[in-house]
Design a protein around this ligand. Structure first.
Ligand code: ADP
Ligand code: ZN
Length: 214
């Protein structure tokens, strides 16, 4: 089993990059945010536990996150290559991930830190719109749909994630600084941190990541 991590503030473009990497490689994309949103949609126990934290822009408890990630890895094959997006987000999650992987005879191979200036992040998140039907991602000015409020790909309605409203965006950035930014040192000290310039456009960032992927 192989594992890489996409690390970066909310709005750094982890999801968009992950899609680019997935299309170009055989990495399996594991987004804890997507898994939690799916759990909420399905009305599962995990979804119920997670929703209040997510709506406020707070982190979901480590125990919930580790449970869904461990369950996902347990379904996998020894040859699988995983790309984690939005996970780990605390030192505790990082340490537990190391343990889970060690038990599977594996370890984190590379961690890609997506670097983006804060004002760019705020504008990206507050302008982000998502298709309710197919999940395609747009932006009111950077990636506008051909017809306002309508998905180009499937005609579904576009909506704003409740946690993309400006006040919640600022809280998510604060949570990132307080709880997630320390992972940069954690992985740098292991010698597996790779910095990617993700402040210009997703295509350039994806190309840079693919060039640095071992
Ligand atoms: P973003 O990276 O843009 O914040 P995500 O979809 O990754 O978007 O996460 C949305 C929300 O889901 C987070 O604000 C948090 O509440 C929850 N979440 C996702 N992944 C984790 C995680 N690894 N640990 C704790 N909470 C998480
Ligand atoms: Zn759509």
């Amino acid at each position: 089993m192989q594992a890489i991590i996409l690390l970066g503030a909310p709005g750094a473009g982890k999801g968009t990059l992950a899609e680019g990497v997935r299309n170009a490689t055989d990495y399996i994309h594991v987004s804890t945010g997507d898994m939690l949103r799916a759990a909420i949609k399905a009305g599962s126990q995990t979804g119920l536990e997670a929703k209040a934290f997510m709506d406020k822009g707070e982190l979901v408890p480590d125990s919930v996150i580790m449970r869904i990630v461990s369950e996902r890895l347990a379904q996998g094959q020894p040859t699988d290559k995983y790309m984690f997006d939005g996970f780990p987000r605390t030192l505790e999650q990082a340490r537990q991930l190391d343990e889970v992987l060690a038990k599977l005879g594996s370890a984190v191979n590379q961690v890609f830190l997506l670097e983006v200036p804060t004002p760019v992040i705020v504008s990206r998140l507050s302008g982000r719109r998502i298709c309710k039907t197919c999940g395609a991602v747009y932006h009111v000015t950077n990636i506008p749909p051909k017809k306002e409020g309508i998905c180009d790909q499937c005609g579904g309605p576009l909506y704003q994630r409740p946690d993309d409203e400006e006040a919640t965006v600022l809280n998510r950035l604060d949570v990132y600084q307080r709880q997630t930014a320390s992972l940069i040192d954690y992985y740098d000290q292991k010698g597996i941190l790779i910095r990617i310039n993700a402040g210009t456009n997703p295509q350039a960032a994806t190309a840079e990541l693919l060039a640095k992927l071992a």
